[in-house]
Design a protein around this ligand. Structure first.
Ligand code: 6GU
Length: 237
């Protein structure tokens, strides 16, 4: 046994705990959860509201549209995490630092994660400042809440944790880590709607296959992602 039998724990502060595990209950990460390799602990922020109406939000000072999640309620939910749950904590927000594979790699080695999912217009800034909570975004578009973003982050981290995916995945990741997009893949039938598989792939010549895949990965990266291509070229020399 090389892995610990304490499941990797993710606490999620959300107004919609019933959205979890959602997509994370399926495929390899779902099986890994069933095997107790990781666990999800959704915490309903509303449980920490103190007034009769169970209010979690209020109108923004300065006016404007939407509501802001209250610092006192958020902090009560946050502080309900025990002293054994002092994990790196992130607020999922389109204002955050863009999530990259490099960040995913770092997060996947943390002892666990605490994630705050916002809704509405946002959360009281003082809560984030006081508790030193960093923000992460999954891309330049706006989701209606952080829950889907949290699932994206969790999935990306889990597939890097020991015992969750096979060797194949880590092998595939290497090509992305080298900074190139993946080369194209083909399987049977060898001819489909008149389209044939590239000859080199059925040649059985391993070195030539390897070289072809490298060339295709470079060509695709240059065409589709000039930003990644520039970085790759810079690292090469
Ligand atoms: Cl992390 N949250 C929301 N609400 N929208 C997003 C996002 C996060 N990342 C990109 N868009």
């Amino acid at each position: 046994m090389t892995t610990s039998n304490i499941p990797w724990t993710i606490n999620i502060l959300t107004l919609f705990p019933e959205m979890f595990p959602g997509a994370l209950n399926y495929s390899l990460v779902g099986k890994a959860m069933a095997k107790n390799l990781w666990q999800l602990n959704p915490i309903n922020i509303r449980d920490f509201a103190t007034d009769a109406h169970k209010s979690v939000d209020d109108t923004p000072f300065g006016g404007g549209a939407g509501m802001v999640l209250k610092a006192d309620v958020l902090d009560a939910a946050y502080q309900s995490l025990g002293p054994d749950q002092v994990f790196p904590t992130y607020y999922l927000s389109p204002r955050g630092k863009p999530l990259t594979q490099e960040t995913v790699q770092k997060l996947s080695t943390a002892p666990g994660l605490n994630l705050l999912c916002g809704r509405y217009e946002g959360v009281d800034e003082r809560f984030l400042q006081k508790r030193g909570i960093e923000e992460l975004s999954i891309g330049d578009y706006i989701l209606s809440g952080g829950e889907l973003a949290a699932m994206v982050l969790i999935d990306a981290c889990l597939r890097l944790r020991p015992g969750i995916l096979g060797k194949e995945a880590s092998f595939q990741d290497e090509s992305f880590c080298k900074g190139l997009l993946e080369y194209p893949h083909y399987t049977r039938p060898q001819v489909w709607e008149g389209e044939v598989v590239p000859e080199v792939l059925v040649s059985g010549h391993h070195a030539r296959i390897c070289q072809w895949r490298q060339e295709m990965a470079e060509k695709m990266t240059e065409m589709r992602r000039p930003d990644l291509w520039m970085l790759y070229k810079k690292k090469e020399d």
